[in-house]
Design a protein around this ligand. Structure first.
Ligand SMILES: [Zn+2]
Length: 395
């Protein structure tokens, strides 16, 4: 396993399944901490590291605004988080913790995170953004006799499997006793050479077809959405054998020797993946922003988006990481609105409170089976005149 930059991440890496578990929890008294603990930064190498000072101040500020009845739960969470941060060496650059009375989840990420703390429901937008922005991809590095399969997840690469062409020479009856390895067979002359070449080609073709089958299995078993093909000339032959659907998704082929180290595979594919994600997100924002002019397929703005979402009419919601709107939430039925009602217009309950829109959005999207995409502030800039939020309707 190899990670970007220095150091290995030994703590648990967060997975989409963890997010799903957090979204399914009913706990509303949870301390969420995102902390940039990058040990390579000088300010984090002091006796009192910068992240420790930041956390102490942020916790103090948060506790000042807390209602009295929540203070004991809060203090309990704070002491567990402080112990985790101050007494255990961190393995990654980013630390994410969710601490509640019946909840403890701590993740070490090989990537930096932006410092944030929240009290209430687990606050997931930054985590969702990270998982989306650094979504997993696969790399198949191959030539005509070797294929190596890698997955890259949150900036960490792991080699999953290797396939090697094993030549079946039992029926070759070689008269000249030359082992049919590649440099040798080039030297075999005359009619023997043609026979060797045919048999070799046949076995290479068979090997490449086996690799193609494995690629299909790899994509489904590893939950890999994006795949890069890398390798030398023979990889183009491999590409030709892929189904048209797969071939369409694999561009470009990354030139690389099959003996490359894991970190080289990571360094050559990582920028390509980042560019692909950025392009996809940009297209999505343009689609929502440009169609927002008088078209029915999309919706923008806090209240129109919340309304469509709660009518079950959105297939996809996009929101800037930076939106900071407060909304009213009914604690009885879960209805939300930017209209600050004192009695819920749906169930008539007066058990209502103010809540952060960004905290609530992942829960609402889950409730209405709407896919959610959190966008970095720069990318979401075009959406800002519409409140930094919008969605695509179901058809
Ligand atoms: Zn209600």
């Amino acid at each position: 396993m190899s990670t970007l930059g220095q150091g290995e991440a030994e703590g648990s890496l967060v997975t989409p399944r963890d997010v799903s578990e957090l979204l399914g929890m009913r706990e509303t008294s949870v301390l969420t901490v995102y902390l940039e603990v990058d040990p390579t930064k000088p300010e984090n190498q002091r006796a009192m590291p910068a992240f420790g000072i930041w956390l102490k101040n942020a916790l103090q500020a948060l506790s000042a605004d807390l209602p009295d009845e929540q203070s004991s739960g809060f203090d309990g969470a704070v002491s567990r988080v402080s112990e985790c941060v101050n007494y255990y060496p961190r393995a990654g650059k980013g630390l994410i913790v969710f601490a509640g009375e019946d909840l403890w989840k701590a993740f070490d990420l090989p990537l930096p995170v932006t410092n944030e703390i929240h009290w209430g429901r687990p606050h997931l937008p930054q985590l969702l953004w990270l998982l989306d922005e650094y979504e997993g991809y696969g790399v198949v590095l191959a030539d005509s006799e070797n294929a190596r399969f890698f997955t890259v997840y949150l900036g960490t690469i792991s080699e999953r499997k290797e396939m090697v062409l094993s030549l079946d020479t039992s029926d070759w009856k070689q008269k000249d006793q030359v082992a049919p390895s590649f440099p040798e067979y080039e030297r075999i002359g005359g009619s023997h050479r043609d026979a060797f070449e045919d048999r070799l080609d046949e076995q290479i073709q068979r090997f490449l077809r086996e690799v193609v089958e494995s690629i299909e299995g790899f994509l489904s078993s590893e939950d890999v959405e994006q795949l890069f093909l890398a390798g030398t000339d023979a990889v183009h032959e491999l590409e030709r054998l892929l189904s048209p659907q797969l071939r369409e998704e694999i561009v470009p082929i990354v030139p690389m020797d099959t003996s490359a180290y894991e970190h080289e595979v990571l360094e050559k594919t990582w920028p390509l993946q980042r560019a692909a994600v950025e392009k996809e997100n940009l297209q999505l924002v343009r689609r929502v922003v440009e169609q927002a002019v008088g078209r029915e397929a999309v919706v923008t703005g806090v209240q129109p988006t919340l309304t469509s979402l709660q009518q079950g009419r959105l297939q996809l919601l996009i929101a800037s990481r930076e939106i900071s709107a407060e909304v009213r939430e009914c604690l009885e039925c879960g209805f939300c609105s930017s209209d600050l009602f004192s009695k819920c217009p749906v169930c008539n309950s007066s058990d209502v409170h103010n809540a952060s829109l960004t905290t609530l959005l992942p829960y609402l999207c889950r409730k209405y089976s709407t896919k959610m995409k959190i966008l970095s502030a720069g990318l979401a800039g075009q959406l800002n005149p519409q409140g930094g939020i919008g969605g695509v309707r179901r058809f």
